[in-house]
Design a protein around this ligand. Structure first.
Ligand code: CDP
Length: 243
């Protein structure tokens, strides 16, 4: 598959430039029964996140007397991908749940809710590469929508190498036939990137390319951060109208 051209005259297969995000749509507060929720579209990815808690954690032996226990479940619907995905957890979803949870580690203020849990559910309805980062973006907004005290937001995007070029926000063909896929999550407080909370890499890049990729990822994360904030502001405006 080495001979598939993914970038022609500086344009990618969907017409984007290397440093452009796909269309992103974010809506907070979409589920009535969750404490916080969010629907996100990043290109053809369609994902819902639901947050429950803080709520008391049972069975008791799972409780931590000093801080809240955060649980994260990433799940792909069987119909979300071309070839039907067998329902239920698999190695990939267990790994994604773990690293996504860890992406929120420095952000959620855990000491406030001992013996409790915060449960984050991420349901992928339609997948087109970058679902873990899109899920993290939705989870971040859903946590804020639930009123969970946080030091900032987590904003995430994948970067990678395609046809020898560093590109932002890969689609599935770029993920499959490119040379590298690098999901990145950042912790952003008051419009400033405080740190990287998730960094994975599938493929190979040089040191300089990795540097360039991380800079591009930070730019993408800042753009997403602004859209997450906008979604939360719109959510508050909606509340005012209802009340
Ligand atoms: O989605 P993400 O890029 O975070 O994770 P990945 O493991 O790199 O998967 C890339 C893409 O492969 C997914 O977004 C899906 O579009 C696709 N995929 C699939 O078609 N069938 C699966 N069982 C898993 C992933």
């Amino acid at each position: 598959m080495e001979d598939i051209k993914l970038i022609v005259d500086g344009r990618r297969i969907d017409g984007r430039k290397p440093d452009e995000l796909r269309n992103v749509k974010i809506e907070a507060g979409v589920l009535k029964r969750a404490d916080g929720s969010c629907y996100i579209e990043m290109g053809n990815n369609k994902i819902v996140a639901a947050v429950y808690g803080p709520r008391s954690l049972h069975p008791k032996h799972l409780q931590n007397p000093n801080r809240v226990v955060v649980r994260y479940r990433y799940n792909m619907a069987p119909f979300s991908v071309d070839e039907r995905k067998r329902p239920g957890p698999d190695r990939r979803s267990v790994e994604i749940s773990k690293v996504s949870k860890e992406a929120f580690e420095p952000v959620i203020i855990k000491e406030l809710f001992p013996r409790s849990s915060i449960d984050i559910f991420v349901e992928v309805l339609q997948a087109d590469a970058g679902t873990r980062v899109a899920g993290i973006n939705a989870a971040s907004v859903a946590l804020a929508d639930a009123g969970i005290p946080m030091k900032g937001l987590v904003s995430a995007v994948a970067v990678g190498k395609v046809d020898g070029e560093i590109v932002l926000d890969l689609v599935k063909e770029e993920d499959n036939y490119g040379q590298a896929d690098i999901p990145v999550a950042t912790f952003i407080r008051a419009g400033k990137i405080e740190g990287i909370t998730l960094l994975q890499m599938d493929g190979r890049v040089s040191k300089d390319e990795l540097k360039k990729a991380l800079e591009l990822a930070k730019k993408g994360c800042m753009e997403i951060y602004r859209m997450q904030k906008e979604a939360l502001i719109n959510r508050c405006r909606g509340d005012e109208i209802v009340e």
